[in-house]
Design a protein around this ligand. Structure first.
Ligand code: GLY
Ligand code: MN
Ligand code: MN
Length: 455
């Protein structure tokens, strides 16, 4: 079921293979999902609705982005669609918007029922038939894989369908008794990236690298943060990225200390650090990169000290990203490095062990070091297994992103340290050997940053 939203042709200048998601890719994923459903409970059906459309204001919608689970299984990017998978007869049924000549004049072509079948659905119907057909698809099944709570409106439709099956009990039909989150199966699949997914993530990483390099080269004192944001977005789009993977953070001076700063409207002064946390989405896969660099001048002594400490923690964190390790171990390693460093600078005082136990370091390093990365920037997949941090396996992709943020009004530290915010973030693939940094090559050491910047 693809062809509708497969990635754009690869920009000619990138010397790596582009991965087009083919319809077999989606068929294979549906097949693997059906296998897992059948093993857990042969009498089961999965119901996966497309992402809803959100109104922005009056008659304007927010940009539409398909639900990641739905896209992962279909490659189909049209709203209002619903995928129903039956584990017993291994059938994929797609409910879609009908063809509509008048609407298509305004909004562009729709696949329609024929298009949905051509994309690999075993059966396809217009979505207005869902309420009538769903009870029959659910009857005599024990389990429904469905994510409750994501859309109250769709919850009502599904529960309504189950109610209608209950009304058929006198005819000898039974209604499902279990509603299970499909994430338990699907998100485990999404957590381990296939070669084609990794190749797509490499493309996203390469585009993001271009964007960060351009921002370093072009940022000057007196520019506004939004001008730098515009350079990033321009680079993403020019290379065929559909959209940023999340709202770009361009924080100068004290704004570098605001973890999810989004205004991007301040004038950048010479001698300040600029923290850019931005990554493109390409072919439905995210990249997520942070670089911090000085604008118009070299690092101050204190800026450089903090920068090198974060860099050291980040490099050690990456080196520890190996099969068998856990995100918790990587985080503890970085907490240890950063706490020791801050004590060395006199910014924290006391016994390192105690500062860690009492979480005093959180005054300067208040977030975790890593998260999964994939179709969603904070990607799906369990972080714990049986209550314990899960062990890394080849094919998993995560970020390593330690940071130090000294609040501009923190009068417990000497003034020259205040308002320094540094984060360094890369995207790392776990392999059987050395970790592969997908976002490698984006200037990172002090010398690389100096050379890349316009100072
Ligand atoms: N940009 C969000 C994050 O780094 O997790
Ligand atoms: Mn980030
Ligand atoms: Mn991140």
């Amino acid at each position: 079921m693809t062809g509708v939203a497969s990635p754009q042709p690869r920009p000619a200048r990138f010397p790596f293979a582009m991965c087009t998601h083919h319809s077999e890719t989606f068929a294979r994923r549906r097949s693997a999902f059906l296998d897992a459903m059948a093993v857990a409970s042969p009498s089961s059906v999965a119901v996966l609705p497309a992402a809803p459309v959100f109104v922005r204001n009056n008659d304007v919608d927010h940009e539409y982005r398909q639900d990641s689970d739905f896209f992962y299984l279909t490659g189909f990017d049209e709203p209002e669609s619903v995928l129903v998978l039956d584990a017993q007869d291994r059938k994929a049924t797609l409910f879609v918007r009908p063809r509509d000549k008048d609407r298509e004049v305004w909004d562009g072509p729709r696949a329609g029922v024929d298009g949905a079948k051509a994309l690999g659905a075993d059966e396809a119907f217009v979505v207005s038939e869902l309420d009538e057909k769903l009870p029959t698809m659910l009857q005599d099944k024990r389990r429904v894989y469905y994510r409750l709570g994501a859309s109250r409106r769709f919850d009502d439709r599904l529960l309504g369908a189950i109610d209608r099956v209950k009304g058929r009990q006198r005819l000898g039909h039974t209604a499902p008794t279990e509603i299970v989150d499909p994430g338990a199966v699907l998100h485990e699949m999404r957590l381990r990236k296939s070669p084609v997914e990794i190749e797509t993530m490499r493309t996203a990483a390469h585009i993001t690298r271009e964007a960060h390099e351009l921002a370093m080269r072009r940022t000057r004192p007196g520019m506004h943060e939004y001008e730098v944001e515009a350079l990033l977005l321009d680079t993403f789009r020019r290379h065929g990225s559909e959209r940023p993977a999340y709202g770009s953070i361009v924080g100068s001076g004290p704004n570098a200390c605001v973890l999810h700063y989004r205004k991007n409207d301040r004038r950048i002064d010479g001698g300040e650090l600029l923290l850019i946390d931005a990554g493109c989405e390409f072919g439905y896969y995210a990249s997520d990169v942070t670089r911090t660099f000085p604008v118009g001048r070299d690092f101050s002594r204190e800026q450089q000290a903090i920068y090198e400490l974060v860099l050291h923690a980040q490099e050690e964190g990456i080196a520890a990203t190996r099969p068998g390790a856990t995100l918790d171990e990587i985080h503890r390693l970085d907490v240890d490095i950063i706490t020791r460093g801050l004590v060395g600078f006199g910014l924290l005082t006391g016994d390192v062990k105690e500062l860690i136990e009492k979480e005093t370091y959180k005054r300067f390093f208040m977030h975790r070091t890593s998260h999964w990365l994939g179709m969603d920037v904070h990607d799906v997949g369990a972080y714990f297994e049986s209550g314990k941090p899960r062990r890394l396996e080849p094919g998993m992709v995560l970020t390593v992103e330690p940071g130090i943020y000294i609040a501009p009004d923190d009068d417990s530290v000497p003034p020259q340290w205040r308002g320094i915010g540094v984060r360094i973030e890369d995207d790392v693939l776990v392999t059987t050997a050395e970790p592969e940094v997908l976002t490698a090559g984006i200037p990172k050491t002090v010398d690389e940053v100096r050379r890349a910047c316009a100072t």
